[in-house]
Design a binder for this molecule. Sequence first.
Ligand SMILES: CC(C)(COP(=O)(O)OP(=O)(O)OC[C@H]1O[C@@H](n2cnc3c(N)ncnc32)[C@H](O)[C@@H]1OP(=O)(O)O)[C@@H](O)C(=O)NCCC(=O)NCCS
Length: 159
Amino acid sequence: MLTEDDWKVWRDLRLAALTEAPYAFGSQLAQWQGDGDREERWRGRLAIAGSYNVVATLDGQPVGMASGVPTDQSGVVELISMYVAPAGRGRGVGDHLLRAVEQWARQVGAETLRLAVVEGNTNASALYLRNGFHDTGELGDLMPDSVRRERIMAKRLAA
Ligand SMILES: CC(C)(COP(=O)(O)OP(=O)(O)OC[C@H]1O[C@@H](n2cnc3c(N)ncnc32)[C@H](O)[C@@H]1OP(=O)(O)O)[C@@H](O)C(=O)NCCC(=O)NCCS
C-alpha cells in the first residue's frame, strides 16, 4: 500500500497510463500536465480519505497500479486507476492488482466492489469478468470524446 510519500512512483505510472492508454480513462493527460502536475496534487490524490493505492512491480520495476476508493453509497467501494504497462501485460499483473483491491475492500467491510469500464475495452472487461465481476447494466460517465460511455460492473463480496 502506498503513502503520500510514494507520489513520484504513482505520478510516473499515472502519466504513462494517460499517455499510452487515453482511451481507457475519464481523466485526460492535459489535466495532469503543466499547472496540473504539482507535488501537492499527487500527494492529495494518494491521500483521498479511506482510499487504498497499490503499485505492482515486476523484476523490481513498477509496472502496474490500482486504487480502491469509498463511494457515496454505504457498503460500496470502487476500483479506479487500474493500469498495467505494456511490458507487464498478459502476465497476471492485472489479476494481482484486482485481488489486492478486493482484499482491501473486504477488510474495510464493503459488500460490493464496483468499477467503470469504457465500452470496447475488451482486455479490461475480460479481466474483470474472469475475476467474478458482472455487468450491472448501469451506464457511467460519458468519455472525454463525447461518444463512448462507461459501463458499470460490480462484484458482490462474500462476508
Ligand atoms: C486491462 C489491463 C489492466 C489488463 O492487464 P493485464 O495484467 O495484462 O491483464 P491480463 O494478463 O489479464 O490480460 C488481459 C488481456 O490482455 C490481453 N493480453 C495478453 N497479453 C497481452 C500483451 N502482452 N499485450 C497486450 N495485451 C495482452 C489478452 O487479451 C488478455 O486476456 P486473456 O488473458 O483472456 O487472453 C491492461 O491491459 C491495461 O492497463 N490496459 C490499459 C488501461 C486500461 O484499460 N485500464 C483499465 C481501465 S477500466
